[in-house]
Design a protein around this ligand. Structure first.
Ligand SMILES: Cc1ncc(COP(=O)(O)O)c(C=O)c1O
Length: 394
């Protein structure tokens, strides 16, 4: 069968390949004293809180399961708009909000609406792999720019300017980032956006982890800077609804009709049941629960990262959000007699039964030295994983 060049260009999502190997090994060691601990997958260990579950059950029971508008339930767009006012002090009118099947669909819609064949989109290296593949799927080219710990693994205005060429169409940043959990400084983002605008380009912000911010300096939406920014968000992470497949995007007014046309044709609408359930996310009781969980994510970060540092798995920048630790394993790998983060990840999986993700997915610059831990796991599991890793690296 002849496969399209577009499909051939998309690399495998190695996080998932490693997850398959970890799941296989987990079956083998399930009955041992040390069953597998999964610190490789980036999804909350919590599920949707009770009000959200009840709202989903009610929608099903009442038969409210027909298609909705392609842009989502008006009531949900209003609730999301209210969330921006309450939480971020930013006025985002509901008509600029498009509800989608997760951030993934929002990113596809953004790329299809804005990227022409051959256009280049600048992104930091390391960054979330699917984001560059969304650009590729729209026949554009993602240009990965190596970043440093000093830059919090984010792009700077100087670097954007340096790499801007005749084919560049814009930038795509994730803040807080996956795999580093670090955010871009609001002032740097302002400078980047000003430059991008001066070139007639687009600033795309993947803000899927924005709800999980732990420092006052960060945790502001890029929508506060300008209504021309395209912001992507999701119910997956802060709202703990990964498998419900629900997210949203906020787009400039002029972009709404194009995104709506694409959404109508490609998806018809996001899951109706998930949308009815998501309305309950914004009830005070649910928000109180989400905030309790956010504090728990922060407590895990505060405990786990010093443990990694102490055992020689250096985390160059303390994450200010999300639930990841981006750790340099080169010295630890040497101690184990293995080379690079890919082999280190398999050694940790095979010898300590701790699954982690090698850097390979996330870019090219330094990724063979780095592994990503997800701290979206119970504290007891993190403690057990730290003890096993300490033992392994002794
Ligand atoms: C940075 C980033 N963007 C987008 C996504 C996709 O999320 P969703 O479940 O909302 O499609 C993820 C998922 O891990 C992510 O880490």
């Amino acid at each position: 069968m002849r496969i399209s060049k577009r499909a051939e260009r998309i690399e495998p999502f190695y996080v998932m390949e490693v997850a398959k190997a970890a799941a296989q090994m987990a079956r083998e060691v399930a009955r041992s004293d040390t069953p597998m601990i999964f610190l490789n997958i980036g999804e909350p260990d919590f599920t949707a809180p009770p009000l959200v579950q009840e709202a989903a059950a009610r929608a099903i029971r009442d038969g409210r399961t027909q298609y909705t508008h392609a842009t989502g339930l008006d009531a949900l767009r209003e609730r999301i708009s209210g969330w921006y006012t309450q939480r971020f002090g930013v006025d985002v009118p509901a008509r600029r909000i498009v509800v989608t099947a997760g951030a993934s669909a929002a990113l596809q819609l953004a790329c299809l609406a804005l990227v022409e064949a051959g256009d280049e989109i600048l992104m930091p290296d390391p960054s979330y792999p699917c984001n560059r593949h969304f650009v590729s799927a729209a026949d554009g080219n993602a240009v990965l720019i190596p970043t440093t710990a000093e830059e919090r693994y984010q792009l700077s205005a100087a670097k954007v300017q340096e790499h801007w060429g005749p084919k560049t169409r814009g930038v795509l940043l994730a803040s807080p980032s996956n795999p580093t959990g670090t955010s871009i400084h609001p002032e740097e983002l302002r400078r980047i956006h000003a430059f991008v605008q001066s070139k007639g380009g687009i600033t795309l912000l993947d803000e899927i982890y924005l709800g999980l911010s732990y420092e006052d300096t960060f945790g502001h939406t890029a929508l506060a800077i300008d209504d021309q920014v395209v912001s992507i968000n999701s119910f997956s992470k802060y709202f703990n609804m990964t498998g419900w497949r629900l997210g949203w995007m906020v787009v400039p007014e002029a972009l709404v009709p194009a995104v709506e046309r694409l959404a109508q044709n490609l998806f018809i609408c996001p899951s109706t049941v998930a949308q009815h359930a998501a309305l309950a996310c914004f009830e005070p009781e649910s928000i109180a629960e989400y905030e309790r969980r956010r504090a728990e994510f922060k407590a895990r970060r505060d405990w786990f990262i010093p443990q990694l540092q102490a055992m020689g798995l250096r985390v160059p920048v303390m994450p200010d959000g999300a639930f990841y630790a981006w750790a340099d394993c080169s010295e630890a790998a040497q101690r184990l007699g293995v080379q690079g983060s890919w082999d280190f990840a398999f050694a940790a999986m095979e010898r300590a039964h701790v699954a982690v993700t090698p850097g390979r997915d996330f870019g090219h610059a330094e990724t063979s030295r780095f592994i990503r831990f997800s701290t979206a796991n119970a504290m007891a599991q993190l403690q057990e994983a730290a003890a096993r890793l300490k033992d392994l690296l002794r």
